[in-house]
Design a protein around this ligand. Structure first.
Ligand SMILES: [Zn+2]
Length: 68
């Protein structure tokens, strides 16, 4: 695992418009692009399925025969 923390020499690009990233808005170049990404994430990635509820009362099957 190699982690290079010295991003002083790294020209990071904005994840939205690929302009140079501003330190205050990393990984974006501006608040506008940060908002764009946030909205994109909210509309495409954040979905709640309320019609699918797992039963928390369901017992977990334990195979006692595998215990020594
Ligand atoms: Zn941008």
């Amino acid at each position: 695992m190699t982690t290079a923390m010295n991003d002083n020499n790294v020209k990071a690009k904005c994840a939205i418009c690929e302009k140079p990233v501003a330190a205050a808005y990393r990984p974006f170049c501006s608040k506008r692009c940060a908002d764009v990404d946030l909205n994109r994430w909210l509309t495409t990635g954040y979905r709640v399925h309320t019609d699918e509820e797992p039963d928390p009362g369901e017992p977990i099957p334990i195979d006692l025969e595998n215990n020594p």
